[in-house]
Write a protein that binds this ligand. Structure first.
Ligand SMILES: Cc1cc2nc3c(=O)[nH]c(=O)nc-3n(C[C@H](O)[C@H](O)[C@H](O)COP(=O)(O)OP(=O)(O)OC[C@H]3O[C@@H](n4cnc5c(N)ncnc54)[C@H](O)[C@@H]3O)c2cc1C
Length: 336
């Protein structure tokens, strides 16, 4: 483990933004992490794959790039396994490992960029499945004391793109491993979202397995979302707002086709991408940034953008949606 000074973070964030870490260390083990903490450099910012951060300035103190790897089956039950994944493991590589070994539960989370350690931070979700659905527990090092702490599912307080680690626990821990529960047989196949069923039917697959679902989702995501290797982005920039039914009814007066999803407790979720599109932002370019032409929820760096530019665009969109619909969008991306 070596602490380097003044390291450019452009290669370490999928928006491709030009920040610089005053101090930077890549950690491959718990020992590396503790050694880095012993340097006394504070504050500490834990970085995974950089696929959910917007650097509007240089971080202060020490940036720790989590590269703690490893996938290990730690318990076997009749129809389940518990698998422990190193916090720096690439999430999609783990999903591929699970699918190849016939373990079910994470196939709907295929091709989400980033690391396993960041997955609990916003309770990653896609195509009707969230991390919390397979979550058992995690281990994290308290950045103030260096002590290892276990977090149960309850401790993590998962919500929609939310957890303890985005609230009181923000910036206080480095998640070093995550334990998930996967099925060995009798998998719960979930093809109810998006175009999964359409793709499988076109392939003549009536009784899909986990590998079929994963493949279909990879296909859909590759066609709909910009590849960060070519166009800088962080996926969905905003959360889908959850509102009272009265808000939806009011919008319906002027926009009878407004899409919505029922939530428990009589509340509703309105797709943020639809709201943004109605305000004319889809495909719009502002300087070096813009709103992706195939999905208004995704903000992109067309090349040479700064974090400040992306943030200004995001706030212009928030203002325009609020003015038009009386709904305030909340960023999903972590803005630094
Ligand atoms: C093209 C694209 C598509 C995407 N699609 C989805 C999607 O479908 N669903 C979804 O939920 N997300 C999606 N995302 C967002 C992103 O992939 C996830 O949020 C992912 O979990 C971020 O992982 P990361 O390692 O890149 O985290 P980073 O961006 O490095 O970090 C994100 C936050 O987590 C903190 N953090 C990172 N690692 C740790 C750790 N080990 N311990 C403690 N804190 C940590 C960081 O400090 C930061 O605040 C998408 C992003 C892109 C670019």
């Amino acid at each position: 483990m070596k602490i380097q000074e003044s390291v450019p973070l452009l290669p370490f964030n999928t928006f491709g933004l030009p920040a610089r870490a005053p101090n930077f260390a890549e950690i491959h083990s718990l020992q590396d992490l503790r050694e880095a903490l012993r340097s006394g450099i504070r504050p500490v910012f834990v970085l995974g794959g950089g696929s959910n951060v917007l650097f509007t300035r240089d971080p202060e103190g020490l940036v720790l790039k989590n590269s703690i790897r490893g996938i290990e089956v730690v318990r076997r039950f009749k129809n389940r396994i518990w698998v422990r994944i190193g916090g720096g493991e690439v999430w999609h590589n783990f999903v591929l490992w699970a699918v190849q070994n016939g373990y079910g539960g994470v196939e709907n989370l295929s091709l989400i960029p980033g690391t396993a350690g960041a997955a609990p931070v916003q309770n990653i979700g896609a195509y009707g499945v969230e991390l919390k659905d397979v979550f058992v527990g995690l281990q994290a090092v308290d950045l103030a004391t260096g002590r290892l702490r276990h977090f149960s599912r309850k401790d993590c307080r998962f919500g929609y793109r939310d957890s303890f680690f985005k609230k009181e626990g923000k910036g206080k821990y480095c998640i070093t491993s995550v334990t998930l529960s996967l099925t060995i047989q009798k998998h719960r196949i979930n093809v109810s979202y998006g175009d999964i069923l359409k793709i499988l039917e076109a392939e003549g697959i009536n009784q899909p397995g986990i590998a079929d679902v994963s493949r279909a989702i990879i296909q859909i995501r590759s066609s709909k979302l910009p590849d960060p290797a070519k166009t800088g982005n962080c996926g969905s920039f905003f959360k889908n707002p959850e509102t009272d039914r009265t808000v939806l009814e009011r919008i319906r007066l002027t926009h009878p086709n407004v899409p919505s999803y029922e939530l428990p407790g009589g509340r509703v979720k309105i797709p943020a991408g639809w709201l943004i599109e109605q305000c004319g932002w889809k495909g719009k370019r502002v300087g070096n940034t813009g709103c992706y032409e195939k999905q208004a929820l995704v903000l992109v760096n067309h090349g040479g953008a700064t974090g400040e530019e992306v943030k200004n665009l995001a706030f212009a969109i928030i203002g325009s949606v609020e003015q038009t619909f009386g709904v305030r969008l909340e960023p999903e991306v972590n803005i630094l």
